[in-house]
Ligand binder design. Structure first.
Ligand code: V55
Ligand code: FE
Length: 496
C-alpha cells in the first residue's frame, strides 16, 4: 500500500481539546440497535420517530483543533412504538463526507472558510448537513445553513440528494430553521449568503404544503452577518441582523468567517409574509446576540419575537479578543416591534430570569401563532457544576414556561448529565396546547453513555416516566423533530 506525504502529515488521532474530549468526543458509529433497555414505561401515545441531527467529525480536523459545529452531519432515528425503542445512526452523504471518506482523511479546513481547504476539493460543496431536521410534504431533510437541504429516506436514513425544489430554488443556501406553518402547511424559509459563501444576499421564500416553491425573493441586509434562526408569524417574517460579521480579507487570509463587532447595531428586518421584500422595515437595538427563536406572533400592529438573547456572541471579536464568558449567558427575552411606527427602536422584556437557556421548543401546532407554552434546555447555576462535563455547551435542566401565568416548572437531570434539546409530542391530535410529552437525549458522565428520557408535561417536575438506555456515545446534537406514525404512514422496521 502506498501512502502520500500529505496523508502521512495528517494525524489519525483527534485533538485532546475540549471540543473533542469528554461528552464532545466524536461518536463516528453508524449502527442499528434494536429493543433498547427501558426503565419505566413509554406510554402508548408515543408512537413515531424522533429524528435528530448533530456534528460528528468523521476524521480528525486538518488544523490542530476545530470548532464543535464543524463536524459532519450525523442523523439519529429513534423509533418509539408499543413501548419499544430502536435506534439507527447514519452519516449524511454530503459531497464533503464522500470526498473525505474516499481519501480517509479531512480535506476541508476551517469552519465556513474554503481558503483553508486542500486544493483537491476546491469548489466542492462544503456543507455538512449537521444542524436540523425538517419534515415537509412527506419528505425528510437534514440541513445546515451554508448549503441546500439534503433529502433522506425517512425509513432508512439513506441520503437521497440535495433539495433545490426541482431545480426552482435559486438560493444556494437554506436556513436550518425554516418554519412550517401549521395552518397552511407551508415551508417558510430564508437563506443567507444565498449567492455562495461570503455573498451578502439573503433569499426569502416559501413552498406549498405539497412542496412546490411558490415564492423566492432576494434582498441585501444592512451588513452581512450570521443569521442562524429567524421568526415567522401569520403576517410577517422577521430577519434578525446581529453583529457577528464577516471580513473578506480576513477570511481569504485563513482567518475566522465570523467575528463579533461590538459597535454595530442590531437590526430586525420585518417583511410582509405575502408581499414584496422591498417593503422591509427595520427596527433597531443595541448589539446583542441570539441563536434561537422560541416563537413569534403578530398582535394588531405589534410583532412579538421570543428568543434566547445574550450580550455578545460566543466568538472572538474583530480584534481577535476572546469573548467574556460572563456576557454570553442567554436569557429568554421578548422583542416587540410596533409596526404602526414604521421603524425605530424595538422594545425588550425578559421572560425568564435567573437561568441560562437555549434550545427553545414549542407545541409545533402553535408555530407562528399567539401561544402559551414554551420548553427549553437550561443551565441552572444554583446547582453544582461538574467541570468534567462542562466542556462547551452544557445544560442540566429542562424547563416548561407558561407565558399566561409566568410560572415555570423544571426538571434537574443531575450534575453527571448534559440535557440536549427537548422535543414536544402532543398527547393526542386534539390535546390542549402543551399537553403531552417531552423527549430529550441526556449525556451521562462518567460512563459516557446516552439516555433518551420521556417526561409527561403534566408532571414535569417528577422527572422521566421512561429512560431509554442507548449503548452509544452520542456527541451532543443540535436539533430534532417528532414525526408521528400516522404522519409517516408506516414505521421504520430496523429488523429488515
Ligand atoms: C449554530 C450551529 C451551526 C451553525 C451555526 O446553533 C450556528 C448554532 C451546527 O451548525 O453552522
Ligand atoms: Fe439552531
Amino acid at each position: 500500500m502506498t501512502t502520500t506525504a500529505a496523508a502521512q502529515a495528517v494525524s489519525s488521532e483527534f485533538p485532546k481539546t475540549r471540543q473533542f474530549t469528554g461528552i464532545n468526543r466524536p461518536g463516528r458509529v453508524e449502527s442499528d440497535v434494536l429493543s433498547l433497555e427501558i426503565e419505566g414505561r413509554i406510554p402508548p401515545q408515543v408512537a413515531g420517530v424522533l429524528y435528530r441531527c448533530g456534528p460528528d467529525p468523521a476524521f480528525p480536523p486538518r488544523a490542530g483543533d476545530d470548532i464543535y459545529i464543524n463536524g459532519d452531519g450525523m442523523v439519529y432515528m429513534f423509533v418509539l412504538a408499543e413501548g419499544r425503542a430502536d435506534v439507527r445512526t447514519r452519516y449524511v452523504r454530503t459531497d464533503k463526507f464522500n470526498a473525505e471518506r474516499d481519501a480517509r482523511r479531512a480535506l476541508f479546513g476551517a469552519y465556513r472558510n474554503p481558503y483553508t481547504d486542500d486544493p483537491s476539493v476546491a469548489g466542492v460543496d462544503r456543507t455538512t448537513a449537521n444542524t436540523s431536521m425538517v419534515w415537509h410534504g412527506n419528505q425528510l431533510f437534514a440541513i445546515k445553513e451554508d448549503g441546500l437541504a439534503h433529502r433522506l429516506d425517512p425509513m432508512t436514513l439513506r441520503t437521497l440528494g440535495k433539495h433545490d425544489f426541482g431545480g426552482r430554488l435559486r438560493s444556494k443556501t437554506m436556513t436550518a430553521h425554516p418554519k412550517i406553518d401549521p395552518l397552511t402547511g407551508e415551508w417558510v424559509f430564508f437563506g443567507y449568503s444565498a449567492n455562495g459563501e461570503l455573498s451578502s444576499d439573503i433569499a426569502v421564500g416559501s413552498a406549498s404544503a405539497s412542496g412546490r416553491l411558490t415564492d423566492e425573493q432576494w434582498l441585501l441586509p444592512p451588513y452581512q452577518s450570521m443569521v442562524h434562526d429567524w421568526a415567522v408569524t401569520q403576517e410577517h417574517s422577521i430577519l434578525p441582523v446581529m453583529p457577528l460579521t464577516t471580513d473578506v480579507e480576513r477570511v481569504r487570509a485563513g482567518g475566522p468567517r465570523w467575528a463579533w463587532e461590538p459597535g454595530q447595531t442590531t437590526h430586525l428586518g420585518i417583511l410582509p409574509r405575502r408581499g414584496s421584500v422591498e417593503d422591509i422595515v427595520y427596527f433597531d437595538g443595541p448589539a446583542q446576540w441570539s441563536f434561537h427563536t422560541m416563537n413569534s406572533f403578530t398582535e394588531g400592529p405589534l410583532v412579538h419575537i421570543d428568543l434566547c438573547v445574550s450580550e455578545v456572541a460566543p466568538l472572538p471579536d474583530t480584534l481577535g479578543q476572546p469573548f467574556d464568558p460572563a456576557r454570553v449567558t442567554q436569557y429568554l427575552t421578548r422583542w416587540t416591534c410596533d409596526t404602526s411606527r414604521g421603524g425605530g427602536d424595538f422594545e425588550q422584556r425578559r421572560l425568564l430570569d435567573g437561568i441560562h437557556v437555549d434550545f427553545p421548543e414549542i407545541d409545533q401546532r402553535f408555530q407562528t401563532l399567539n401561544y402559551r407554552h414554551g420548553f427549553l434546555g437550561g443551565r441552572d447555576m444554583s446547582k453544582p457544576v461538574n467541570e468534567e462535563i462542562a466542556k462547551g455547551v452544557w445544560f442540566n435542566t429542562l424547563i416548561h414556561l407558561d407565558h399566561l401565568t409566568g410560572e415555570s416548572e423544571r426538571w434537574y437531570a443531575g450534575d453527571d448529565s448534559n440535557v440536549q434539546e427537548p422535543v414536544f409530542i402532543p398527547r393526542s391530535d386534539d390535546a390542549p396546547e402543551g399537553d403531552g410529552f417531552l423527549v430529550a437525549l441526556v449525556n451521562r458522565f462518567p460512563d459516557e453513555k446516552t439516555d433518551l428520557v420521556v417526561l409527561d408535561t403534566a408532571r414535569l417536575t417528577d422527572g422521566p416516566i421512561a429512560t431509554v438506555h442507548i449503548p452509544l456515545h452520542i456527541r451532543p446534537t443540535f436539533h430534532g423533530l417528532w414525526v408521528s406514525a400516522e404522519e409517516l404512514g408506516q414505521l421504520p422496521d430496523l429488523r429488515a
